[in-house]
Design a protein around this ligand. Structure first.
Ligand SMILES: [Zn+2]
Ligand SMILES: [Zn+2]
Length: 250
């Protein structure tokens, strides 16, 4: 077992609400400086910058995870994380068919910058990424599973787009083995109000939209592999853990 410091919810400049400084190279560099072992890129409703994020993380020696923060038709945010970049890319293509296309207004919502493998801007996503998709919570969880991913209700300690505040409670189905909070201190109270949470794992993520918001080590997961294991092995163990295959309940 080794402790891996993680931040599994970070937005790049492809998310309109994130700062343009959130280039994949900058994110990977700050993750390294902050002492993170694993970092996940989770833009709204797209994995479009994940390939460049992988390239950047390889340069800095951080284990990258390809992900997405999906908005369901109920307006719930789910962080979806994948074993491989190709799984994430296929998932992103499937989600793309379920997006509702509204033209982005960069002056209001912010630009949505696509970044190439050399960490240079190479285009802009034309349609807004932050609106709800037509995927229900059930469909989203299943689609994620079909792509060997894990769907995690995002920032359940937050009012806006948190599953608890949006739906009024945690559903039994679909089963979410892991939940995410922004503030670890919120967990005790949340678990008192929603006892179903006792059967779940919790992760703490930054939901960074600015470089200074990326987590500094403080939150670590114990995974059954060597600290210097290959990136794919670490990702496999991570997804395995988050899928409920290992211990560590709230
Ligand atoms: Zn969110
Ligand atoms: Zn987010």
């Amino acid at each position: 077992m080794s402790a891996f410091f993680c931040d599994l919810h970070i937005h790049s400049c492809l998310s309109p609400c994130a700062e343009e400084e959130m280039m994949p190279g900058n994110i990977a560099g700050v993750a390294k400086l902050n002492g993170l072992d694993i970092a996940a890129l989770t833009d709204h409703n797209t994995c479009g910058n994940c390939a460049s994020f992988f390239a950047a993380c390889e340069n800095y020696g951080v284990v990258p995870v390809a992900g997405m923060e999906l908005t369901t038709s109920e307006d719930v945010h789910l962080v979806c994380l994948f074993c491989t970049l190709s799984d994430a890319t296929a998932f992103s293509e499937a989600v793309d068919h379920r997006r509702i296309r509204i033209k982005n207004k960069p002056e209001i919502f912010g630009r949505q910058l696509l970044i190439d493998l050399d960490d240079e801007p190479c285009g802009e996503e034309e349609h807004l990424l932050i609106n709800a998709t037509t995927l229900s919570l059930d469909e989203a969880a299943q689609l994620c599973k079909d792509h060997r991913g894990i769907a995690i209700p995002a920032h359940i300690d937050r009012e806006a787009n948190g599953l608890l505040s949006t739906l009024g409670g945690m559903p039994e189905k679909p089963d979410f083995p892991t939940i995410e909070v922004k503030d670890a201190a919120s967990l005790v109270k949340l678990a008192q109000e929603h006892p179903i949470l006792h059967a779940k794992r919790a992760i703490v993520s930054s939901d960074a939209h600015r470089l200074w918001e990326i987590a500094e080590p403080g939150y670590a997961l114990n995974l059954p592999c060597d600290k210097h294991a290959g990136a794919q092995e670490v990702r496999d163990q991570l997804i395995d853990y988050l899928s409920g295959q290992r211990g560590g309940h709230i």
